[in-house]
Ligand binder design. Structure first.
Ligand SMILES: [Zn+2]
Length: 414
């Protein structure tokens, strides 16, 4: 959407412009989440429906909120960012549509929620207004446009603070305490991206719970500093997860997941390291699905290349690949010693781009698969989680001590 049109929409609601400007002027970190200000969308009074060649969108809200629409290409998506709207029930507002193939919403970052609509072709806004007569309604209409016009709208640069969060907005990483290992724990998914879902639970909440408990255990050990890529239910793009690890100067990065797999009977803890060739079809599907999460959440990936191949070359040069192999061995040994159920092939490989820091040993751990009833039960068992966290802690200590010894040897040898 051209900037003029974008501003034109807001000119209709002058006070809204003022609110939006005030909000944009605040640094992200300073935006406290005031839950009392949470607006609710009423699904019964809202709809997304085809009208002729176009799509009519109405959201009935409990109060006015700052909002903004933009478009993304590859695949075509409409992204609506709003301040603190509870989108519960939004999946019911999409009627059978030839133009909108999917829709999801959730927290994008603390204080902001996002709705993403997948479009079946290039479309543009022909109406966008928030009316506050009687009740608050956000009304949008999309009509077909040319591929060129859509590409131009999608290529509009983000306003500062709306795109990928800057690492500087995410809080200062802790200063390194000499002699401590810095571990970055990366609970997968979050916010608009719940990950796998089973029986009313989401992968995002299960792995966050595990990460919090694991963090406490590592801190009690006394030899670790721990940084989390998220500590609440909000979305974090894959690139940002890597940036957080780099800013923290992590010694080690562990991405925590509990996905669902329909292919075969995946059961048990599985360790994944980065490779441009997946161990099998299920691993490839898992990696592909994770790469799609950023797209589904409306993140602009056009500037990001598939870097896995070149990163693997960098890793080979910096010996990171050897260090990752030793880390996987140490964790596998510790998990097996604790007699926790592992996958029949406990160490696998796939193209997970969250693992592509060339100099930080990184692993993705499937703590279990939510598609397995036995795994889901274990994930919900506090005793199992404590045993699993303890096994990982022991594995990390074994690995880190061995790495330090190797480093000392090479320093002596120099
Ligand atoms: Zn996952």
């Amino acid at each position: 959407m051209p900037k003029g049109q974008f501003l034109g929409i807001f000119a209709k609601m002058k006070w809204l412009v003022a609110v939006l400007l005030v909000v944009l002027c605040l640094p992200f970190a300073a935006r406290a989440q005031d839950l009392s200000a949470l607006a609710r969308m009423d699904p019964a009074q809202s709809y997304v429906r085809d009208v002729g060649q176009g799509v009519e969108i109405r959201f009935s809200l409990s109060q006015p909120v700052p909002w903004r629409v933009r478009f993304r290409a590859d695949p075509p998506r409409m992204v609506l960012d709003v301040r603190e709207v509870d989108w519960a029930g939004v999946e019911t507002v999409l009627e059978a549509s030839a133009h909108v193939s999917g829709l999801r919403a959730g927290v994008f970052r603390p204080g902001w929620s996002r709705l993403v609509m997948d479009l079946s072709g290039p479309m543009a806004l022909s109406l966008a207004e928030m009316s506050t007569q009687n009740d608050t309604k956000l009304a949008l209409r999309l009509d077909p446009t040319s591929a060129e016009a859509f590409a131009a709208a999608a290529a509009q640069p983000e306003l500062p603070g709306w795109g990928m969060p800057n690492v500087t907005d995410l809080g200062k990483p802790p200063a390194r305490i000499p002699g401590r290992w810095i571990v970055v724990l990366d609970p997968g998914h979050g916010g608009i991206d719940p990950g796998a879902e089973r029986g009313g639970q989401t992968e995002a909440e299960l792995v966050l719970q595990f990460a919090r408990e694991f963090k406490e255990l590592l801190l009690r050990d006394g030899r670790f500093q721990v940084v989390m890529t998220r500590d609440s239910d909000h979305f974090v793009p894959l690139e940002t997860r890597i940036s957080i690890a780099r800013a923290a100067e992590a010694d080690l990065f562990l991405s925590l997941h509990a996905d669902a797999l329909s292919e075969g009977e995946a059961v048990g803890v599985t360790l994944y390291s980065l490779s441009d060739e997946a161990s099998d079809a299920a691993s490839a599907a898992l990696a592909e699905r994770h790469e799609r999460d950023d797209l589904l959440a409306g993140v602009d990936l056009t500037a990001q290349d598939d870097m896995v191949a070149s990163v693997l070359m960098d890793m080979a040069r910096t010996e990171t690949m050897l260090r990752i192999a030793r880390l996987a061995d140490a964790l596998e040994t510790a998990i097996a010693s604790a007699e926790l159920t592992m996958h029949r092939r406990p160490h696998q490989k796939a193209g997970f781009s969250v693992l592509k820091s060339p100099d930080i040993p990184s692993l993705l751990i499937e703590l279990g698969f939510m598609s397995s009833a036995a795994d889901l039960e274990r994930l919900n068992d506090p005793i199992w989680r404590a045993n699993m966290a303890e096994a990982l802690r022991q594995g990390i200590v074994t690995w880190a001590e061995a790495e330090a010894a190797i480093r000392d040897l090479s320093v002596v040898g120099d």
